[in-house]
Design a protein. Structure first.
Length: 197
């Protein structure tokens, strides 16, 4: 499934999700944003690729562990959990790093735009999505706490996560740490067929 296939799984909130997608495409860096400054998919288009990867994994594991969770909830939470990485309309979150030493020696290809008010990515994601798409509380919690207990600010949700939150945490972790790091390594060595990604 690609991005458009995943969007096609939206039924009840189709109009608002498609309007949000149009906003993202026209007003933000959604199609070009990297997924990170130097780790997984730190390249143009990496954020969208990561979002699709997470959603695919989320749909697979929910079928095994919680088939009663709607595909629509999984698609909305999965595709848009990291949408805060686009920043705001006309103000990208990540901008190309101009420090050649950092790029060459530390692999830091992007830096965070200092012209944006500080907000963690999960909160910015929740703000952007909820401004355009009505969310239920499970979806809102999943987006806000998708980084799990790796983030100190998330300690308050410990042992109170919904099933959707737990599944999204795992899908995001697996995608970023297992699937995409491996793909990045293979891209660097030229071992991945472009049709696989």
């Amino acid at each position: 499934m690609d991005y458009s296939d995943l969007l096609a799984l939206i039924n009840e909130r189709k109009e608002s999700v498609f309007e949000f997608d149009e906003f993202l495409r026209k007003e933000t860096s959604w199609l070009e944003a990297p997924a990170s400054t130097r780790f997984h998919l730190s390249r143009s288009g990496g954020l969208l690729e990561h979002s699709v990867n997470v959603t695919r994994i989320l749909l697979k594991i929910k079928m095994l562990l919680s088939p009663d969770i709607s595909d629509e909830s999984c698609v909305i939470a999965g595709l848009f959990h990291d949408v805060g990485k686009v920043g705001l309309a006309g103000k990208p979150y990540y901008i190309p790093n101009t420090d050649k030493w950092q790029i060459q020696n530390r692999g830091i290809r992007y830096v965070v735009n200092k012209d944006l008010a500080y907000m963690d990515i999960a909160t910015r994601s929740l703000m952007l999505v909820s401004t355009h798409v009505p969310l239920n509380e499970d979806e809102a919690q999943a987006i806000r706490y998708h980084d799990g207990l790796y983030v100190p600010e998330n300690q308050g949700v410990a042992h109170k996560e919904t099933r959707l939150t737990r599944l999204l945490q795992y899908a995001d972790n697996w995608s970023g740490c297992a699937l995409e790091d491996e793909n990045d390594l293979n891209h660097a060595t030229g071992q991945v067929d472009q049709g696989e990604i």
